[in-house]
Write a protein that binds this ligand. Structure first.
Ligand SMILES: Cc1ncc(COP(=O)(O)O)c(C=O)c1O
Length: 394
């Protein structure tokens, strides 16, 4: 029977990682894969996570099943991290999921349960997994304008014009902060305009927040998500703990459904548990438990927040250094956007041909759409990249 299945396209980023590994050049630079790397090129285990893991090993007495929605303590801690006190806790249904990807998938599933003809509006561009999951689920995707190739900022007028086409029964997917793959983000005034538009059209908002703490700070990065959740009658939020807790392989995420009242919350909670049951039953617990310990123990939390802040500032420093080097070498301000972008990624905004030139001639690996992982750089490699960008004629 399996011969009837068509061959699936290879994951482009994984193929790029493979090509990087096989490249013999010693001075090659990997800006491809989306994991945080420190100046030594390592993706370290955060100190607070390591301490929590030691404590957990001592204290944990059973590995029996948790609830279908995961440990309620994890939901409480994450709801508070993401939403602060923007909405009453009683209005929020939540379920732990395998990573942020699991939350995204369950959110689409819930939207499809609510409306089998749901259309999901996604930014152009968006994280490729959004598109491939939607395609796999046979959900109609509508792209809205987002990245302005000229300014390398947000094409806000285009975005608003396209979002005006979404109506009741549609889902509008927004990146809560640190847009992947572009690094270009809305300001809070623009977010308010998006909220007003959604209120007018009746479309439902879905926020994917995978980089809280990587952009402008923990609360700052959640500000837009909180505004949306507080203003709209219903919001889906997919949160990932992979990046900001550095627990990529533990597969830790949370799907939140924010409703206007506790009655709707009860219905949503049942739906989220039901969906977990259908797709994988109980969600993974190890990472969720570590996150809960870190967020609820004041000393661990302070240490985690301090380390996350170091990570954030190091990426910001690299952005500023790169924009400065490019300004010096090119004699123009046209790369200033690199310092304005936030999060781990920036879209350089160049052609696939020049991306290939950077790889073939300079050993610089970035995704074909010119997405660079800023965390793949360090103080020494920034000038090398800047020189290559200018020499390649970007
Ligand atoms: C935009 C976005 N959403 C969600 C995720 C989810 O990541 P994970 O499933 O590893 O938690 C990522 C990770 O790359 C992402 O970039």
């Amino acid at each position: 029977m399996f011969e009837a299945i068509q061959k699936q396209p290879a994951d482009k980023i994984l193929a790029l990682m493979q090509a990087f590994r096989e490249d013999p050049r010693a001075d090659k630079i990997d800006l491809g894969v989306g994991v945080y790397k420190n100046a030594e090129g390592m993706t370290p285990i955060m100190r607070a996570i390591k301490s929590a893991e030691k404590q957990l090993w001592e204290a944990e007495t059973t590995k029996s099943y948790t609830g279908l929605a995961g440990d309620p303590g994890f939901s409480d801690a994450m709801i508070s991290l993401v939403l602060g006190d923007a909405v009453p806790r009683a209005n929020v249904a939540a379920a732990a999921t395998p990573g942020g990807t699991g939350a995204v998938r369950q959110a689409f599933d819930m939207a499809k349960m609510a409306n089998p003809d749901v259309r999901v509006f996604v930014s152009n561009p968006t994280w490729p997994n959004h598109l491939s999951i939607l395609k796999h689920m046979k959900i109609e995707t509508v792209t809205y304008r987002y990245f302005d190739d000229e300014t390398r900022g947000v094409d806000f007028d285009g975005m608003m014009a396209d979002l005006a086409q979404a109506g009741k029964g549609d889902l509008v997917l927004l990146h809560g902060c640190c847009h992947n793959p572009t690094g270009a983000n809305l300001n809070l005034t623009q977010w308010q305009e998006v909220i007003d538009l959604l209120l007018k059209t009746g479309a439902t908002a879905m926020i994917d927040i995978a980089y809280q703490g990587f952009g402008d700070g923990l609360d700052e990065d959640a500000a837009a998500t909180r505004m949306v959740a507080a203003a709209l009658p219903e919001t889906l939020i997919a949160a990932s703990c992979s990046k900001n807790f550095g627990i990529y392989r533990e597969r830790t995420g949370l799907l939140m459904a924010v409703a206007g009242d506790p009655g709707a919350q009860a219905l949503n909670q049942g739906t989220l548990s039901y969906l977990n049951r259908q797709n994988f039953s109980f969600p993974p617990d190890h990472g969720a438990r570590l996150v809960t310990m870190v967020l609820t123990d004041p000393a661990l939390r302070a240490d985690w927040a301090a380390e996350l802040e170091e990570v954030r500032l190091s990426m910001l420093g690299l952005r500023e250094q790169l924009a400065g080097e490019l300004q010096r070498l090119s004699g123009s301000d046209r790369f200033g956007f690199l310092a304005q972008h936030r999060g781990m990624f920036s879209r350089l905004g160049t052609t696939p041909e020049l991306v290939e030139t950077l790889r073939a001639e300079f050993g610089i690996y970035m995704v074909g759409d010119s997405r660079m992982n800023i965390a793949g750089l360090n103080k020494t490699t920034v000038p090398i990249l800047a020189e290559a960008i200018v020499k390649a004629g970007v």
